[in-house]
Ligand binder design. Structure first.
Ligand SMILES: Cc1cc2nc3c(=O)[nH]c(=O)nc-3n(C[C@H](O)[C@H](O)[C@H](O)COP(=O)(O)O)c2cc1C
Length: 296
């Protein structure tokens, strides 16, 4: 089966899931990371199945993701796709984040066969403990493996689009205009910045430039937080998200996974949503028991 995975990722969580999916489907799977100006992407009509990945922002898909699929070519013949999305919280509120996306792809002849939601460490609001980040990463990988086995064995049921479900996500789309407005207020603390240009190179919207010796921000910000999250100097102040909502520093997930000294907690003890995390892990365990690998 020829598979192509299209995804947007700010701080790397969705990208990590895309790469796990690629491994699970087979190394000839094509992966396209959305980077401005979103040109020269593989033609979906050349594939049997496509995957559409994004991080949840304010209970919705980021605007840049929805806009990308509005411009997507029509399917030559009815085509199936699945969604893989990542978020920091396993709240039910996140369940309907793909409403807009499913609606616009349906108009173009694409049928969503399943939506897979992977909980990955939060990149804003609060930082997860290393042990929780490790647990999330281990579960996400197991769930990728399970979900791919389900797709390949035809054990997914086609999603029915229910237009009135998840209406409450609509007011949160205020994040869409807000993201680009807030982007104008990003700034760099000149005393800290060493002009390594990491932010300029890796901004997926190519919204950051070095002009006259200063880092400047344009009006395309998608609030993905990559620049401030990964700045080695903690020099970026992300508009109103400065202060306690700002998290700086990549989670070293692969290292955490290998580090036997970091325990995997049986119960969550994070800053918020502990019941929801425990419910998510319990649901993953149940799904894994129901569909165990043939050669574990
Ligand atoms: C602006 C913004 C809004 C977010 N909103 C939500 C949200 O509504 N629900 C949630 O669970 N996580 C939310 N998150 C967390 C991200 O979805 C999560 O960290 C995701 O895995 C990041 O993926 P990425 O590294 O591929 O960008 C938000 C993150 C950002 C930056």
């Amino acid at each position: 089966m020829k598979v192509c995975l299209y995804f947007f990722s700010g701080t790397g969580n969705t990208e990590k899931i895309a790469l796990c999916l690629k491994r699970a489907f087979g190394e000839d799977t094509v992966v396209y990371k959305m980077v401005y100006p979103f040109a020269a992407y593989p033609n979906p009509n050349d594939f049997d199945l496509i995957g559409v990945g994004y991080p949840i922002h304010a209970f919705n898909a980021p605007k840049v993701v929805n806009d990308f699929y509005k411009r997507f070519p029509k399917a030559d013949k009815p085509k199936e796709y699945f969604i893989f999305k990542t978020s920091g919280e396993p709240l039910r509120f996140n369940d309907f984040s793909s409403r807009e996306l499913i609606r616009s792809l349906k108009k173009k002849g694409y049928a969503c066969i399943q939506e897979f939601h992977y909980i990955m460490p939060y990149n804003m609001v609060f930082r997860h403990s290393d042990s929780m980040a490790k647990k999330m990463w281990i579960y996400a990988q197991k769930m990728v493996d399970l979900n791919v086995r389900k797709i390949l064995s035809g054990k997914v049921r086609t999603l029915r689009f229910r237009p009135f479900q998840g209406w409450y996500t609509v007011p949160f789309r205020v994040e869409w205009p807000f993201a680009s407005a807030n982007g104008r207020f990003f700034k760099v603390e000149e005393g800290k910045c060493v002009h390594c240009l990491r932010c300029v190179r890796s901004c997926p919207l190519k919204n950051i430039e070095l002009k006259d010796g200063k880092i400047t921000f344009g009006n395309r910000c998608a609030l993905c937080m990559d620049c401030s999250f990964s700045c080695p100097q903690k020099a970026i102040v992300p508009g109103v998200f400065a202060g306690k909502w700002l998290i700086n520093g990549q989670y070293r997930l692969e290292q955490l996974e290998k580090d036997g000294a970091i325990p995997i907690p049986s119960k969550s003890h994070e800053a918020h949503f502990n019941k929801a995390y425990d419910r998510y892990f319990a649901e993953c365990d149940e799904a894994l028991r129901a569909f165990p690998p043939q050669n574990p």
